[in-house]
Design a protein. Structure first.
Length: 310
């Protein structure tokens, strides 16, 4: 019998047919796994749907990703990968570690925010925003100031049903950063592996700066950019804006209705919105302001006793 590779990610034990070098390896030879990653060469032959169209039915979500294969996530504990011949392994893992695990979290009742999470003063703080807003770059600037990374891209938030305390589980010790961000922060990218299809975006492994244990979620910062303004600014997010903000920045939020988890997601969002400090960070498009934004985040967190969301 083939022994599966054993890893840990998003607070879950993972047994996998595939090598997943981005993940932290498990030392023990446990026969139990929260999630199993299986390779099935036949699934792609029997699945007929348009590319990128997620088919959700019976606790199962299946999608065809061009140049990669067909991916199925089932019951919150199985990821089935059916790769196309000659598909790039880096691209396949990109979908497994992002899209597939994001769906796993939704199926398991774990709230997946889309962004980066940092360990700051004993709590986790989430940085969310639209693609290209600069979430990972701001996270890297915070790491340069002594913070530790909990997650990049998918943030796994669990809410204690008794206390209401939200907690963030660590994902895996890697960031994805654009070349211009690395250059602006004086980091070399020559030895780094670029992301498939994005020759100027790189996988940046982190070891010493990774937070490997779960932390309570202390707050959320939404990062936005505006071509009409220069400089940076911060403001608390009002109560009426919080629910749509959390919905918009849920990972793969388009699947919430299809997976019949609208009621659950609303209740979780309401619990987070009522408990957390939520801020909006604004930056201009032209200048590199990540270090200044990082200082603004740290100063805001240090004065949260007096500065609180409205």
């Amino acid at each position: 019998m083939k022994v599966k590779l054993q890893y840990r990610a998003f607070g879950l034990s993972v047994h996998s047919d595939m090598v997943l070098p981005e993940l932290s390896e498990l030392d023990s030879g446990s026969s139990f796994a929260d999630v199993v990653v299986k390779v099935d060469s036949f699934l792609k032959n029997g699945f007929d749907a348009k590319p990128y169209h997620f088919v959700a039915e019976d606790h199962t979500v299946t999608v065809k990703m061009p140049d990669a294969g067909v991916f199925r996530v089932q019951d919150g504990d199985k990821i089935i990968v059916s790769p196309y011949a000659g598909a790039d392994e880096d691209l396949i893992r990109l979908y497994v570690l992002g899209t597939c695990f994001g769906i796993v979290l939704l199926q398991r009742g774990i709230y997946p925010l889309h962004g980066s999470a940092l360990a700051i003063h004993g709590k986790a703080y989430a940085i969310v925003g639209q693609s290209g807003a600069g979430k990972s770059t701001l996270a890297s600037a915070l790491i340069a100031k002594g913070c530790r990374l909990l997650s990049d891209d998918v943030i796994a938030v669990s809410i204690d049903p008794l206390t209401g305390q939200p907690t963030v589980a660590p994902s895996y010790p890697q960031q994805k950063l654009w070349q211009n961000s690395l250059e602006a922060m004086g980091q070399s990218y020559e030895a780094l592996r670029s992301i498939f299809g994005r020759e100027t975006k790189y996988c940046v492994p982190l070891t010493d700066s990774f937070q490997s244990t779960s932390l309570p979620l202390g707050g959320v910062f939404e990062l936005t950019k505006n071509a009409e303004h220069s400089g940076i600014a911060l403001e608390p997010v009002g109560k009426l804006e919080r629910l749509p903000l959390l919905f918009q920045h849920t990972y793969r939020y388009q699947l919430i209705e299809r997976m019949n988890v609208m009621k659950w997601h609303f209740e979780q969002s309401a619990a987070l919105a009522s408990r957390l400090n939520i801020y909006r960070l604004r930056r201009g498009e032209s200048a590199f302001t990540a270090p200044e934004l990082a200082d603004l985040v740290l100063n805001t967190i240090s004065t949260e006793g007096t500065v609180h969301g409205l």
